[in-house]
Ligand binder design. Sequence first.
Ligand SMILES: Cc1cc2nc3c(=O)[nH]c(=O)nc-3n(C[C@H](O)[C@H](O)[C@H](O)COP(=O)(O)O)c2cc1C
Length: 331
Amino acid sequence: MTLNQSARLSVAPMMDWTDRHCRYLHRLMSRRTLLYTEMVTSPALVRGGARHLLRFDRSEHPVALQLGGSDPAELAEAARMGADEGYDEINLNVGCPSDRVQSGTFGAVLMKTPGLVADCARAMAAAVEVPVTVKCRIGVDDQDPATVLPDFLSRMRDAGVRRIAIHARKAWLQGLSPKENRDIPPLDHDLVFRMKERFPDLHLSINGGIESLEQAKGFLDRGIDGVMIGRAAYHAPWDILGTADGEIWGEAPPFSDASQVVVAMLPHIEEHLASGGRLNAVTRHMMGLFAGRPGARAWRRLLSEEAHRDGAGTEVVERALDTVGARMAAE
Ligand SMILES: Cc1cc2nc3c(=O)[nH]c(=O)nc-3n(C[C@H](O)[C@H](O)[C@H](O)COP(=O)(O)O)c2cc1C
């Protein structure tokens, strides 16, 4: 299957959330969904020597590395490092509004300098064989999205970018926290559909506020190429990913319920513990597995009370799973 086909559904890059344990979990549930890393900055990789940030498990394919930065030569070098490490795609972050990131000229503020983003994308594409993609907003601050977004997309196309994920809201760079910037600026999904009509040769993924697989399918049916889901996939991973392979690609999903996913995670957890890691580094991404189902609360409570303790091992997860089983049986 091509990467573009996998990109019909993707899990968005999320700092502190889509780390390698989270991606391992997501990959168990869906063999096809394209997964993204957290953003890794090019200065950290190239100047900081933080190669360990690139670590991932081979089972995670197809997996894209998201980079943050604004220096073409440095981004090209970081892209090369990512491609050497085996990532299937290198993505440039033009959507993240945080202060820390703004100070280094990364993320959404780059919507104001599309020529520079094009230079970055060109330099990255020249450095690697794998696709270079972009994740952007529809605009920032007082920009008019209906004007700046098509200009941005055509510059990306001219720079050789063929796939773009669009978070369908502006970022307001002053006065809103990063979290508020994911909720307060209004969503404009229709604008993304208009862009698809205008740029039929680009693969466009729509992102922002998509809550269910049903809604994602509705968007695909309306003609968008891909749907990227962030928070809903993190908070209710089974609901989004558990049946995605069947619903989106017509293939048999790997598991028929979330309990099986927990059991399949145990070897990964054991390996992590054996290398000196802590249980909650993995289980924190598993909290939402039973979201909306009997036993969800007991599952979360047991994991949050016990998984951070010194020496906590897989028995905590097995006990939590037993509790879910008992609640389900009682329903
Ligand atoms: C905790 C968190 C961290 C995020 N980190 C990144 C990031 O590193 N790079 C990025 O492009 N977007 C980041 N985002 C934005 C998401 O990728 C996504 O665009 C946004 O959450 C909207 O999609 P959703 O409504 O489906 O969550 C982050 C979002 C969250 C909730």
